[in-house]
Design a protein around this ligand. Structure first.
Ligand SMILES: Nc1ncnc2c1ncn2[C@@H]1O[C@H](COP(=O)(O)OP(=O)(O)O)[C@@H](O)[C@H]1O
Ligand SMILES: [Mg+2]
Length: 322
């Protein structure tokens, strides 16, 4: 049985469920949309068992029967309970949100050892923290650009005055300005920009790598797909963070590279991940790992160029079915 931990709007889960259905596995997929909880599902846990009950179909999934677990895109209880009418004050609601999050996290973390976890919730939680991730990769001997994380403007300024550097947030964030979402991208620090600033929002200040190219690497088990992103010469805007380049100026091609492949597999092993979507910068023979996302998106790459990662993903899951 495959348990998908996600929400209603998840094109990756939609696509894979459809592929698995075509392979005749309809009865082996249990999709738990956290935004349908508690309205459509009940969760129960004792010392010896935990189960999810679909209230409508009365289909019951015992956690002990799970062969494969796919951590895709669960929403926190705050979103899940948005449509539920609660005649309670904010503190009382917070208590429910907190209890709900703890409950789901507790159940998902008790997946039996033999389960193929893509990825295990504990690993996702641990390695989604960028500081932990960078330190662990560096400890394992993987090249990570030299970095300093600080809230002290002077420390940041000193670091960036010694080498070309960029600043990046500790996690994805966006401000709302004029009703528009303005994400905080990674960007180069301009000369003297941080001088005189005492207090800084805790941020990562990192050595800027003038790379030969950047690649998105998708690891599925032992399979590695390497996509090189090229920027059209006609683009004259800022390219500090490659995602700020409009789609029409970007192109992707798939390459093979033993050094990137070996680095990617090793990085996953260092973080106990079965799957990852990672960003690497390649400069000469050096492969820098700058970002590993244990629940990253990859379907857009399959749609952008003709490469069948979803079959590999389904094969990976299918092998775990008892
Ligand atoms: N040290 C760096 N040197 C050069 N470019 C970088 C560096 N760090 C990030 N970038 C650029 O910024 C993008 C986003 O940075 P990343 O570390 O992946 O953060 P995020 O978590 O926001 O994805 C990268 O894909 C790359 O284009
Ligand atoms: Mg990234």
């Amino acid at each position: 049985m495959l348990l998908i931990w996600t929400c209603e709007f998840d094109t990756h889960a939609d696509f894979i469920v459809e592929q698995l259905e075509k392979r005749g596995h309809l009865d082996r997929v249990f999709r738990f949309n956290t935004d349908d909880w508690p309205s459509k599902f009940d969760l129960t846990s004792t010392h010896s068992e935990s189960f999810i009950l679909d209230k409508k179909t009365e289909k019951r999934l015992d956690i002990k029967d799970v062969d494969a677990f796919w951590y895709r895109r669960p929403q926190r209880a705050r979103q899940a309970l948005a449509g539920v009418d609660l005649p309670l004050n904010e503190i009382e609601k917070d208590h429910i949100y907190f209890s709900s999050d703890e409950f789901v996290d507790g159940i998902m973390s008790e997946l039996p050892e033999h389960v193929l976890s893509i990825n295990h919730p504990d690993a996702v939680r641990k390695w989604s923290n960028k500081i932990r991730q960078m330190k662990q990769l560096a400890r394992c001997g993987i090249k990570v650009p030299e970095s300093i994380v600080t809230n002290n403007g002077r420390v940041a300024s000193d670091f960036s005055s010694q080498k070309a550097s960029c600043i990046k947030p500790l996690n994805f964030s966006a401000f709302i300005r004029n009703n528009m979402s303005c994400p905080l991208w990674t960007r180069k620090i301009l000369e003297g920009e941080l001088e005189g600033i005492e207090n800084l929002c805790p941020s990562i200040i990192q050595e800027w790598i003038e790379a030969d190219f950047e690649a998105r690497v998708v690891v599925i088990g032992n399979n590695v797909f390497i996509f090189v992103i090229s920027i059209d010469a006609g683009y004259d805007g800022s390219t500090d963070d490659i995602r700020t380049v409009p789609e029409e100026f970007r192109s992707y091609r798939i390459i093979s590279s033993t050094s990137i492949e070996t680095t990617a597999i090793f990085a996953c092993r260092c973080l106990s991940l079965n799957f990852a979507s990672m960003d690497v910068l390649v400069k000469g023979s050096d492969v820098y790992v700058i970002d590993i996302n244990p629940i990253g998106q990859w379907l857009w790459l399959q749609h952008a160029i003709d490469v069948d990662m979803s079959s590999v993903f389904c094969d990976f899951i299918e092998k775990s079915f008892r």
